[in-house]
Write a protein that binds this ligand. Structure first.
Ligand SMILES: Nc1ncnc2c1ncn2[C@@H]1O[C@H](COP(=O)(O)OP(=O)(O)O)[C@@H](O)[C@H]1O
Ligand SMILES: [Mg+2]
Length: 236
């Protein structure tokens, strides 16, 4: 069943077209990878889906409801959660407090939001760091913390922007495990990733952007054999 439908979405910044007529769908519980060279428009598209930018044109349907142009808060209420390319954790707060800021949106009660926060910290395997300051956590831990905080709003789809970048192989495996656990809960995952070894084995579908346009879509195997994709990555 289609959960998210990105339909002919374009986003222009003055004369620069960051996204042009991009269309694809994400089914409930699917893992979809969004890949493409630097500057292809991946983060811009995330910003459009999560309400940080209004698309210049096109529609973004979540369960049939057009969320294009809604505020980030309204998109979150509709079921879209996200992480940022540079993990934006609250440095001077503990891991638990970081997740509580999101849990409080659902649960207007300190005690109950602490319980929810601990649940999500456990889910990403960070419960032992609950009282640790975010500032003193590694990049890999901060990325998982950002995922826990996003999950605490109980989204139907989670957008993750390069959660595996800069991680060592065992940290990549840990991040992959978390994505699979999220999917197994029935939450769809739309993942921007440069770490192709991380995303290719777990994606149901890959969408490839180049210079704002979708140049390929298919199974990981289909897109990695696609001459257009190979050229986009390796040059002519
Ligand atoms: N807020 C903005 N204002 C102007 N140009 C932007 C803005 N955000 C992104 N861009 C431009 O849009 C293009 C796509 O960027 P981005 O979506 O960040 O690509 P990616 O995430 O695929 O690397 C780039 O040329 C970038 O400079
Ligand atoms: Mg980006």
């Amino acid at each position: 069943m289609t959960l998210l439908e990105v339909n002919q979405v374009s986003k222009r910044f003055g004369g620069l077209t960051a996204n042009q007529d991009v269309s694809f769908t994400v089914d409930a519980g699917q893992v979809v990878g969004l890949i493409g060279p630097n500057g292809a428009g991946k983060t811009t598209l995330f910003n459009c889906i999560a309400g940080f930018f209004a698309p210049t044109s096109g529609r973004i349907l979540l369960d049939g409801l057009n969320i294009a142009g809604l505020s980030p808060e309204a998109c979150a209420k509709a079921g879209v959660a996200r992480t940022f390319q540079v993990a934006r954790t609250f440095a001077s707060m503990t891991a638990c407090e970081n997740v509580m800021t999101a849990a409080m949106l659902l649960e207007h009660n300190i005690v109950k939001s602490r319980v929810a926060a601990m649940h999500w910290l456990g889910f990403v395997n960070l419960d032992r760091f609950a009282d640790k300051l975010a500032a003193s956590m590694t990049i890999s831990e901060q990325r998982r913390l950002a995922v826990a905080r996003a999950l605490a709003i109980e989204p139907r789809i989670l957008l993750m922007d390069e959660v595996m970048a800069g991680l060592n192989p065992s940290e990549v495996r840990e991040a992959v495990e978390v994505v699979l656990k999220i999917r197994d809960k029935g939450i769809a995952c739309l993942i921007v990733e440069h770490v192709l070894e991380g995303i290719m084995p777990i994606a149901d579908k890959i969408v490839v952007l180049e210079r704002g346009m979708k140049i390929a879509e298919g199974t990981p195997q289909q897109v990695s054999n696609d001459p257009l994709v190979i050229t986009a990555y390796l040059g002519d």
